[in-house]
Write a new protein. Sequence first.
Length: 339
Amino acid sequence: MDVFELTRALVDIESITGNEEAVGNFLYGCLGTIAARYGGTVERMPVEAARFNVLAQFGDRPRVTLSTHMDTVPPFIPSREDDRHIWGRGACDTKGIIASMIRAAEGLLESGERDFALLFVVGEERNSAGAYAASRSPRGSRYLINGEPTENKLALGSKGTLRYEVVATGKMAHSAYPELGDSAIHKLLGALSRVEAVTLPTDSLLGPSTLNIGTLAGGRAPNIIADEARAEIMIRLVGESAGTKRALEAAVEGRAELREVLEIPAVRLGSIEGFETTVVAFTTDIPAFGGQWGEPFLIGPGSIHVAHTLEERVPKAELLRAVEIYTKMVGQLCKRESK
């Protein structure tokens, strides 16, 4: 399959976070065929239950590892294509990237290049479970090329993530007599209003920290005073989190409880001469790898602005260019390591 056919084949395998087994098995078979042809090893790296990462290694020790994630956000959207784009869930985030990395790897192997690896992980869209698992089983790689949609520009930094559940409790009562109850929903709305008013930090490279109230739930019926309500919020971090955490705690005090779910720090990344650069606001698996797979770089085809939408797509021209970029980066980094 060429890069377009492989992208569509991957998109058409539903792999919403937690359900990556089928796409993992597909990649294990695909990489196994390549390893058999050029000499290499392929393994399933256990994460939990039926979830596993897929690692293909060529040479005695990988100097460079090409990596991205297999999982997608919901809902599943099958592939289609036109003259300019491939469409569907995961087209740019990140199944087109997987296809580009695999095609680049084949070209490198054909030219005699070895000592690199391909690592495809689960769980990035939720909690980076696959990257955390991989960080506990490093293979000596000195450089990690992580794939996310950056429009084929090398990212100099990416924001972090701080996720909370905000929980308010109250007392049920008949809605005709609200004075007999204590509305958790009213408490939660008050807490969220104060959270929105918190002044968040700004960084000279990464820009402003931002807040999103992503989900709201609570109550039992319109004629019952709510005894429970909750929301999920996400802050995009641009630096240390301690000050932001203190400000959020003060904002909800007396109204709700903050329950921390996940924190991933902001990162500053390496550059390579000759590549166009950018800065991205989204979070990646890079912090979860903890440096165990080498100095990180971040680049990939497609735009984050259409990822996680019903219009997700990746330009075909960027897929072809990504094959060239990954090939060039691996070659340059392998030479850097061998000096």
